[in-house]
Design a protein around this ligand. Sequence first.
Ligand SMILES: [Zn+2]
Length: 68
Amino acid sequence: MRLSVTENKVVICFQCQKELQPIKTYLSYLGHSFYAEIPKCPDCGEVYISEELVKSRIAEVEMQLEDK
Ligand SMILES: [Zn+2]
C-alpha cells in the first residue's frame, strides 16, 4: 500500500506526495455495477478504494433495487 489517509480523510500518494482527487469510476463488485467517486492520484493513477466506501455504495445500490 503506497497510500496514506490523513486525519481529515485526505488520501495522499506516497510515491508522488500528492493529494488524491475524487474521480468518478465505474466499479463492479459482488455482481453489482455502479459509479462511485474514488480518490485517484493525478500523477501515477493509483486509486484508493476503501472497503467502507464500497460497502456504503453497495448498500445504496441495493436500496435502489428494492424500491423498484
Ligand atoms: Zn501517485
